[in-house]
Design a protein around this ligand. Structure first.
Ligand code: WQD
Length: 356
């Protein structure tokens, strides 16, 4: 853009699922982006996908944010950073229950180090990746940003609740403008099929479990519980396309840059606003892909809430966010990506960190 001053944004976790899709959206909106990702849970090949889509090579600092000195050095080298979007964190509910200290140490220490640097270098805008998991087992099925938070169901969820409080207190004490984005269930892949979700090991989340079963990477999948008090007995969730989610981050940054924020730390739900049961999601996939899915109904999964989906009015009205992808788009892009991965085993699957 002639004369457009390209604001430099630091994206942490830039090789990750939502981080990589957000980098694409930021670039398409005229930002200059750098990344920090130690690739402990992500695949550096994601950058070749970003380059395929945008034509841009992304500079990534392979640094552990738990190392303060290494994190500080990034800011020293990039004193023109105008905003930080913080994705880098461990996110497995199951793993966090097995190893809570791993999650408290990684997710909290990395955030505190990052905020120390943000303060030191007077970075004005900060967007924090949070999750609907902070609502816990909410009394209402549809939650707004002012729905009271219940106790988190896992140490992972606790780190998101703590993270929100840390960012909020930090903003109040320093004047840093921040936004907390509460994701519901991110799913799908970029329509170009150049980037997508790369679950390490056996997929925990529903949509990759569906696509890996459909392509034969796992023999069958289980529906975790069909005895819930819902229209077909399976859990209700709010699936949001990862590209819609990515665009919300760009809009949140613009909102802060333009000083439109009403307070120093604001919260937004990022969900489609539609509640979908597990069985409905499976049937949507079968319809879109033409593949009959090999699944069985099984027992409930510990920690699952029965039903939760977003009231997303605040993000739509305040950030002018317009989610445009449907559940069918989620399933078709996720399926295309799974088929690409199978055809391209050499590039993505045989990378370090792939737990099989
Ligand atoms: C959705 C539904 C499962 C797999 C978690 C985190 C949340 C966010 C998204 C990080 C549930 C059912 C799943 C399977 C199934 N992560 N399911 N068979 O648990 O809503 O949210 O991931 O930010 O913070 O808590 O997502 O996709 O794991 O499960 O029946 O093989 O699908 O029981 O009802 P969840 P999910």
């Amino acid at each position: 853009m002639s004369g457009f001053f390209m604001q430099k944004i630091l994206v942490t976790g830039g090789c990750g699922y939502i981080g990589s899709h957000t980098i694409v959206d930021l670039i398409e909106n005229g930002y200059d982006v750098i990344s920090v990702d130690n690739n402990s849970r992500s695949n550096p090949n994601m950058f070749s996908g970003i380059e395929k889509i945008t034509g841009k090579k992304i500079k990534n600092y392979k640094v552990d944010l738990c190392n303060y000195d290494d994190t500080f050095a990034i800011f020293l080298e990039n004193a023109d950073i105008k905003g930080v979007i913080h994705f880098a964190a461990y996110k497995s509910v199951e793993e966090s229950v097995k190893d809570p200290l791993l999650y408290f140490e990684n997710n909290i220490n990395s955030l505190v180090n990052l905020l120390k640097c943000v303060q030191e270098f007077k970075v004005p805008n900060f967007v924090f990746s949070s999750s609907c998991t902070v609502y816990g087992d909410a009394d209402d099925m549809t939650v707004t940003e002012s729905t009271p938070l219940m106790p988190a169901e896992s140490p992972y969820g606790m780190t998101k609740q703590m993270g929100e409080q840390i960012v909020n207190e930090f903003s109040k004490s320093t004047g840093l403008r921040s936004i907390l984005l509460r994701y519901f269930n991110p799913a799908g892949a970029h329509p170009s099929t150049a980037i997508g979700e790369m679950p390490l090991g056996k997929p925990q989340n529903l949509v990759p479990a569906i696509t890996q079963t459909a392509i034969g990477r796992i023999p069958k999948m289980f529906v975790h519980g069909t005895d819930y008090v819902t229209r077909d007995g399976s859990c209700i969730r709010d699936y949001i396309h990862v590209c819609d989610l990515a665009n919300a981050h760009t809009l949140a940054l613009k909102y802060l840059e333009e000083g439109r924020n009403n307070s120093l730390c604001e919260i937004f739900n990022l969900g489609s606003g539609n509640g979908v049961t597990v069985l409905e999601a499976i049937h949507a996939f079968e319809k879109v892909s033409g593949v009959k899915l090999n699944y069985e109904t099984g027992p409930r999964r510990a920690g699952d809430v029965e039903a939760i989906y977003a009231n997303n009015d605040l993000a739509k009205n305040t950030l002018s966010w317009k989610p445009k992808y449907s559940l069918e788009d989620i399933m078709s892009t996720a399926w295309k990506w799974e088929q690409f991965l199978k055809a391209d085993e050499t590039v993505f699957r045989s990378q370090p960190g792939e737990l099989n």
